[in-house]
Design a protein around this ligand. Structure first.
Ligand code: FAD
Length: 336
């Protein structure tokens, strides 16, 4: 598999497939992306994402590998997409739940504990209701719709060809990279979907410059500012592959928690509600499964935007040199 220019077919144009296409095309390979849906992202999980680039906050519940690859991905996003915002992120908790904040700080690296003045300098409205916060200065975020549209144009600029409405790959490619997300369950039986519900609101009176997580024993939530007054309020984590409408209970919980975070959300317009199914392996870690001429990149769970660039870089290295990352690669042809 090492060496010269290859003809590469990518299956699936979600955030994972687009990054694979982007870096392989830039490395000089001949890349064609085959996307099943006729309209880009119509059947993808990717548009449902936050899309926080939060390798440090995610450490609270994820393995160190997510942190390592996530930090590298932020560099790659910054080099590639001018809309990448790195303003840091904040974590707050109601006064009675300060132990949650202490625990969160212990479980993660790189936080700064802000006093009220330092907090007010960053987010004046929020600092009126919360006396302290954890600040992770090197985390980032994106507005997913604009980002995915940019990536779609940018893969073409990099020289990749995009074929929409096509689920089958013609014969003759040197290498196929399978980035079908949850649809790859037909070949990867341990893959599962984890439902995530989210609500997008337009709240002109809410002024947040960075993602904020509210720790709460029952209703944890985050709000991500996407620009132009839009905020993503998310997200549930439910062991189910159902997508489609948000339940009344989830909507109530998410919106009540948003109101608790900032009462100015009360006047927000609800723009859209929906749920995606995150593709995940049993341990919620991503995998690159490399068999002869066929590579799966899947299981990015809550971290598709956070990890897609770094995983694409690992695949480019593998194609060029045969080198693998021991924590991410699985070379088991029987998995196909
Ligand atoms: C509510 C929610 C919030 C999230 N927040 C974040 C976040 O803040 N940060 C973060 O990093 N991640 C977040 N995620 C996770 C992220 O969205 C996923 O990890 C990511 O979208 C997975 O991308 P993917 O490309 O693997 O899959 P998908 O986006 O599902 O793309 C797969 C593509 O393959 C196509 N396809 C399927 N079958 C075929 C076939 N036979 N041939 C060709 N094409 C095919 C599909 O149509 C689809 O376009 C969130 C997810 C949810 C649901």
């Amino acid at each position: 598999m090492t060496g010269a220019r290859r003809s590469v077919a990518i299956r699936g144009a979600g955030v994972v497939g687009l990054w694979q296409a982007q870096l392989l095309a830039r490395a000089g390979h001949g890349v064609t992306i085959y996307e099943r849906s006729a309209t880009p992202f119509a059947e993808a999980c990717s548009p449902y994402a936050g899309a926080m680039l939060a390798p440090r906050c995610e450490e609270e519940s994820a393995e160190p590998i997510i942190h390592e690859l996530g930090l590298r991905s932020i560099e790659l996003w910054r080099q590639t997409y001018p809309g990448t915002i790195v303003n840091g992120s904040l974590v707050v908790a109601p006064p009675r739940d300060q132990t949650l904040l202490d625990r969160f700080a212990r479980m993660t690296q790189g936080s700064q504990r802000l006093d009220r003045d330092a907090f007010a300098a960053l987010e004046p409205d929020l600092a009126k209701r919360f006396s302290t916060a954890l600040f992770y200065p090197d985390e980032g975020h994106l507005a997913p719709d604009a980002t995915l549209d940019f990536m779609l144009r940018d893969v073409k600029r990099a020289g990749a060809r995009l074929v929409l409405g096509e689920a089958e790959i013609p014969k003759g490619f040197d290498l196929i990279i399978d980035c079908r997300g949850l649809a790859a369950k037909d070949r990867l039986p341990t893959l599962r979907g984890v439902r995530g519900e989210r609500i997008v609101v337009r709240a002109r009176d809410v002024a947040l410059a960075r993602p904020v997580r509210l720790l709460h024993p029952r209703f944890p939530l985050y709000a991500v500012p996407w620009g132009d007054g839009l905020f993503m309020i998310g997200a549930t984590v439910v062991e189910s592959e159902e997508t489609g409408p948000v339940t009344l209970r989830s909507a109530l919980e998410l919106l009540s928690a948003a109101y608790a975070l900032d009462p100015a959300f009360a006047e927000a317009e609800i723009v859209k509600l929906g749920a995606g199914a995150r593709p995940a392996f049993p341990d919620n870690r991503p995998r690159i499964i490399a068999a002869k001429g066929y590579i799966y990149v899947n299981g990015l769970y809550r971290h598709g935007f956070l990890l897609a660039p770094a995983l694409a870089e690992l695949v480019v290295t593998y194609v060029a040199t045969g080198k693998t990352h021991p924590e991410v690669f699985i070379a088991d042809p029987t998995q196909r």
